[in-house]
Ligand binder design. Structure first.
Ligand code: ATP
Ligand code: MG
Length: 387
């Protein structure tokens, strides 16, 4: 008998032919995540089993596993040789002190085991009822569920806890995208959510030093580090937007300032995507949150790029975005009061329904291609990795 962690993955079952690649990627990611710990990871149909670790590190290992996309839950389990006798013995040793209701949930993958799952549920249930006074069976909302998994590898796994994990799909199974990372609340959440669907991330941040401070840049680096726990290594492109903003400010209508800024950000992001094998752009926009996030505004900014633009928080309320930000630990950093480049020269009345035609006309007074080129050639690159 030994203590193990049983790792459960969900949606991977749906992936048919690709299933193997997904599981291999998940295993690679888990091994990377737990590089600092001595442990062994094994696969037995539909389950990953982690063993051989120092029990004192168990909590720390579980916290790390909760940051691995593709895992839905971890169970702290006992593994032993399959036999009805062994199963009964270990179930009877479980602690039911103070527990009023329970149910047994058995799964028999090993069809050579003499009892069906239902028969096993019944036998174990009866034995427990005999042993513990005041204990009742409750199939619908039991206080405790005894899970028994009889696997085909000759082993049975027994547990009564399921610790939920991040879910999603393994990092690296969906390609790579470029996140527009500001210092705000929304874009780190957007990066997290897309990465949860298996995307690796690079990020681009635009600053307007000296209009924006060094701390504003530090804050973004800190945010990148925080999401890197989940999203893996992030190549962070730090691009100066100062000259671009000054030019727009001088040459374009104030009400179109943000629209044109956004279009240039998108062009730079797309160029960086091409240079770095990213197949999509990710932003933290939410419909109607501000003037630049209306449907018309997004249409005008999308018009300058041909890659898909993913906006995972488009339908989220601010409250919902904040909820995720708190859960993933970016909120406190995001609310630090340093200005973003979008707040520099901010017009009083940004246009709510811009048009592509007008934006194109205003851009004629700028040498957009040269500005994009110059911004990229002066970029600063940082590799962030806290995975
Ligand atoms: P956030 O909380 O992500 O800053 P926001 O509500 O402040 O979003 P905006 O400032 O309108 O909204 O920005 C919308 C999106 O544009 C951001 O979510 C981000 O993806 C991108 N963006 C804005 N400013 C920058 C910047 N300085 N560098 C990189 N991307 C930016
Ligand atoms: Mg912002």
């Amino acid at each position: 008998m030994k203590k193990v962690l049983l790792l459960k993955f969900g949606e991977l079952f749906l992936k048919g032919r690709n299933r193997h690649d997904f599981i291999n990627q998940l295993k690679t990611n888990i091994v990377k995540k737990l590089a600092a710990f001595k442990c062994r990871l094994e696969e037995t149909q539909g389950r990953l089993v982690l063993s051989g670790y120092d029990v004192e590190c168990e909590d720390e290992i579980i916290s790390k596993l909760q940051e691995v996309f593709g895992l839905i839950a971890v169970a702290d389990a006992l593994e032993f040789e399959t036999s009805l006798e062994n199963i009964k013995q270990h179930v009877m040793e479980m602690d039911f002190e103070g527990v009023k209701s329970f149910k047994v949930s058995s799964k028999r993958a090993d069809k050579s085991f003499p009892l069906t799952s239902m028969q096993l549920d019944a036998q174990l249930g009866e034995a427990l009822l005999e042993n513990w006074q005041n204990l009742k069976v409750n199939l619908y909302s039991p206080e405790k569920i005894v899970y028994v998994e009889v696997r085909t590898n000759g082993k049975t796994y027994l547990y009564d806890n399921l610790i939920s994990c991040a879910g999603g799909l393994p990092l690296g199974t969906a390609g790579k995208a470029m996140l527009l990372l500001s210092g705000g609340i929304d874009s780190p959440v957007a990066g997290f959510l897309m990465s949860k669907r298996g995307l690796k991330l690079e990020a681009v941040h635009f600053h307007s030093y000296p209009y924006t401070s060094v701390q504003a840049k530090e804050k973004v680096i800190e945010l990148a580090k925080q999401i890197s726990k989940y999203c893996g290594e992030i190549k962070l492109h730090i691009v100066s937007f100062t000259e671009i903003q000054e030019r727009i400010h001088k040459n374009c209508d104030a009400e179109y300032m943000i629209t044109i800024m956004r279009r240039i950000m998108m062009r730079i992001a797309e160029r960086l995507c091409q240079q770095n094998e990213c197949g999509a752009i990710v932003t933290g926009e939410s419909l109607g949150q501000v003037a630049s996030q209306t449907m018309q505004s997004m249409n005008v900014t999308n018009d300058v790029v041909s890659l898909p633009v993913f906006r995972p928080v488009i339908a989220y309320d601010k409250e919902e975005i904040m909820f995720v930000a708190k859960k993933i630990g970016t909120f406190e950093t995001s609310i630090l009061p340093y200005e973003d480049c979008c707040t520099v020269f901010l017009p009083k009345n940004p246009v709510i329904r811009p048009t592509i035609k007008r934006a194109e006309l205003l851009e004629q007074s700028l040498n957009v291609d040269a500005l994009v080129q110059q911004a990229i050639s002066n970029e600063e690159i940082l590799i962030v990795n806290t995975y």
